[in-house]
Ligand binder design. Structure first.
Ligand code: NAD
Length: 252
C-alpha cells in the first residue's frame, strides 16, 4: 500500500512534545522518515521499529541550529520538508510583559522559525517539490487578549511564511502556515488560565472572544492531520496559505 508521505525525509522542530510529537507520529505512520529537533530529549522508547532521528537544540541559538540541522540532514540523507512546531507562550497584557519575556517569545517563536528554515533551505531546494509548514496560531489572525507578545510573534510567523512561499515558489518549495486554536498540550495547560480567550470567566477585565463553535480543545493529532496534508502531494497547489484548524474560532 502506498502511503501519502512514503520516502519523504522530514524535519520537525519541537517534535519531542505536544503538537510536534503528534506530528512526528503521524508523519512516520504516513511513511516518512522523520528527524526531531527539540530543546528536550525525545523519548525513543515510545516509538516502534522506525524511531525518528533526534537532536537536542534551542531553536533560538543560531550556532546550535546550524549544527543540529546539518547533523539531522546527514542522518536523513537530505530534507524534503520541514515543520516548525517549537514555540513558547506567556500570557500577559502589554503592561505585564517584561522586556525579557517579550524577547524570549520573539527569539523562540519567530527567530527560531526563521533560523531553522534558513538552515534547512539548501536541502529543501535540492528537491523540486519540497514543503514547509510553520505553526502560527489563531493569535496571528485575531486577538484574544492577554497574549499581545505571543500574537505578535505568530503574526510574524504567518508573514514570514507567506514571504517564503513567494520567494521560493519558482524553485518548488511550498510554504504554508497552520494556525491552530486551543489544542490540549502542555503549552495550552500552562496558559489556558489567562490566555486564548477561552476562559472569559478567568479574565473578567479583558474583553474575550466567544467560545469556538466546536466548544472543545483539539487533540494534537487533529492538528497533525492538517500538517500532514500540507506536506503531502495532495496539497500540491496550496502555498502561501494560512490554514486555520481552530474549531471555528476565527469564523465568529
Ligand atoms: N497548544 C495550543 O493551544 C496551541 C495553539 C496555537 C498554536 N500553538 C503553537 O503550536 C506549537 C506547538 O505548541 P504545543 O502546544 O505543542 O506546545 P508544547 O509545549 O506541548 O510543545 C512545544 C515543544 O517545543 C519545544 N520547544 C520549546 N521551546 C523550544 C526551543 N527554544 N528550542 C527547541 N525546542 C523548543 C518543547 O520542548 C516542546 O517539545 C507552538 O508554536 C505553539 O505556539 C499551540
Amino acid at each position: 500500500m502506498t502511503r501519502n508521505l512514503d520516502g519523504r525525509r522530514l524535519l520537525v522542530t519541537g517534535g519531542a512534545g505536544g503538537i510536534g510529537l503528534a506530528t512526528t507520529r503521524r508523519l512516520l505512520a504516513d511513511g516518512a522518515t522523520v528527524a526531531v529537533l527539540d530543546r528536550n530529549a525525545l523519548d525513543h522508547r515510545t516509538f516502534g521499529e522506525r524511531p525518528p532521528f533526534s537532536a537536542e537544540c534551542d531553536v533560538a541559538a543560531p550556532d546550535s541550529v546550524a549544527a543540529a540541522v546539518s547533523d539531522l540532514a546527514s542522518r536523513l540523507g537530505g530534507i524534503d520538508g520541514v515543520v516548525t512546531c517549537a514555540g513558547v507562550t506567556h500570557g500577559s497584557t502589554v503592561e505585564e510583559t517584561s522586556p525579557a519575556a517579550w524577547q524570549r517569545m520573539i527569539d523562540v517563536n519567530l527567530t527560531g522559525t526563521f533560523l531553522c528554515v534558513q538552515q534547512a533551505l539548501p536541502y529543501l531546494l535540492e528537491n523540486p517539490a519540497s514543503a514547509l509548514v510553520t505553526i502560527g496560531s489563531v493569535g496571528a489572525l485575531v486577538a484574544a487578549g492577554r497574549s499581545a507578545a505571543y500574537d505578535a510573534t505568530k503574526g510574524g510567523v504567518l508573514a514570514l511564511t507567506r514571504s517564503i512561499a513567494v520567494e521560493y515558489a519558482d524553485r518548488g518549495l511550498r510554504a504554508n502556515c497552520v494556525c491552530p486554536g486551543l489544542v490540549a498540550t502542555d503549552l495550552a495547560a500552562n496558559s489556558a488560565a489567562d490566555t486564548a480567550g477561552l476562559r472569559p470567566d478567568l479574565r473578567p477585565t479583558v474583553a474575550g472572544r466567544v467560545r469556538p463553535p466546536a466548544a472543545r480543545a483539539a487533540d494534537p493529532a487533529e492538528i497533525a492531520a492538517v500538517i500532514a496534508f500540507a506536506l503531502s502531494a495532495d496539497a500540491s497547489f496550496v502555498t502561501g496559505a494560512c490554514l486555520p484548524a481552530d474549531g471555528g474560532y476565527t469564523a465568529v
